[in-house]
Design a protein around this ligand. Structure first.
Ligand code: NAP
Length: 338
């Protein structure tokens, strides 16, 4: 149970080989910090767990600095300013930022943004109106460039990014096929989000055949969140001048040895196709326009979302590990306090 005068934090305890578990994290407690001139104290309300964090647990060279062993884990948090000595932020204001996995954070204001509750519930700053929403929007619109009538396939379809990709592709009048790991996830995609078809990659007897049946006109845009065998099946159906957007490779993140698959260069060559990886921050200069568009679609009800909420700061690590078990439909969040 939380002690109201204390601040609990989760530290990165050691680097994992393969699948991480609770032993790679450590809970510690300290006094709630004091703030100095120019700073704010933020009470964490909701915390986001995201697959990219697994990459930062490794010390392999990547686009983001590895987490430091012994230091707090960092991630997206929506919180409330409870004390302010910074004229830009008032007490009671909601903010979002990449902060320490802690019940309280001190910020000088450079790593947080104000959350406007008129745009949507404050939790949406961690998904539709935040990093996953912008990832879906930039990846699909700027790289995938879907055109009316085309077939768009998205893997990891029932998660934070995938659900938004599929709905934007529907707004753009495409045939949308989602690939996910459970029947209830597939039903959610077709019955609630308007996807045209969904494939359960875990139960499909022949994934290539399932993709062929769901995409009778082939695949024009493949938005890849997972990689591995799912992608092998989709890539076998790409069309002339198709675009493959490499957003994530979650099926590979916990492997101890790299997995070898088909070599797709020949297929890209003979179909004059594009395959491009990206990181959401590549397009940071477009964040504002992306958020305005996403908030309009959200208000119009053209983008829907679901949140998978785990209650209690002490359950943060398990919520994070659940991403790799496929526990979530929609965005996985941890609720720290009301
Ligand atoms: N490029 C960027 O800037 C950027 C930004 C954000 C996210 N991403 C990437 O986008 C992907 C989706 O992120 P998200 O935040 O939306 O996560 P998410 O989809 O909400 O959650 C992860 C989901 O991945 C699926 N999964 C887990 N292990 C898998 C495996 N071995 N094979 C296939 N699917 C597996 C699970 O669903 P199932 O039940 O369907 O297996 C799980 O629910 C991740 O790869 C992430 O790293 C990239």
């Amino acid at each position: 149970m939380a002690n109201s005068s204390r601040n609990r934090k989760i530290l990165f305890a050691k680097r994992p080989q393969g699948m991480p578990d609770e032993s790679h994290f450590k809970m510690m407690e300290e006094e709630i910090p004091e703030i100095h001139e120019g700073e704010v104290l933020i009470r964490s309300l909701y915390l986001s767990v995201d697959p990219y964090m697994r990459g930062r647990m490794s010390d392999a060279k990547s686009y983001a600095e590895p987490y430091e062993v012994g230091k707090p884990f960092i991630g997206g948090i929506v919180g409330k300013v409870t004390k302010s000595k910074n004229p830009r932020f008032q007490e009671g204001q909601f903010v979002e930022g990449r902060l320490e996995w802690a019940e309280y954070n001190v910020s000088d204001g450079s790593d947080i943004r104000k959350v406007n509750p008129e745009w949507g519930p404050i939790t949406t700053a961690l998904h539709v109106l935040g990093m996953p929403g912008l990832t879906a929007y930039f990846g699909l619109m700027l790289i995938g460039q879907p055109k009316e009538g085309e077939t768009v396939v998205v893997s990891g379809a029932s998660g934070a990014v995938g659900t938004i990709v599929g709905q934007i592709a529907k707004i753009k009048c495409c045939r949308v096929v989602g690939i996910a790991g459970a029947d209830d996830k597939c039903r959610y995609l077709t019955e609630e989000l308007g996807f045209d078809a969904a494939i359960n990659y875990k139960s499909a007897e022949n994934l290539r055949k399932a993709v062929k049946e769901a995409c009778p006109a082939g695949v024009d845009v493949y938005f890849d969140n997972v990689g591995g065998k799912v992608s092998d099946a989709v890539m076998s159906r790409i069309n002339f001048q198709s675009r493959t957007v490499i957003c994530g490779q979650i099926s590979q993140y916990n492997l101890e040895k790299p997995e070898l698959g088909p070599r797709v260069a020949g297929q890209l060559l003979t179909t004059s196709s594009l395959m491009k990886g990206f990181i959401v921050s590549d397009y940071a200069e477009h964040n504002k326009e992306g958020l305005i568009q996403l908030s309009e679609w959200l208000k119009e009800g053209r983008i829907k979302y679901r949140e998978n909420i785990v209650e209690g700061f002490e359950n943060t690590v398990d919520a994070f590990l659940g991403l790799f078990r496929g526990d979530n439909i929609g965005k996985q969040l941890v609720k720290i306090v009301d």
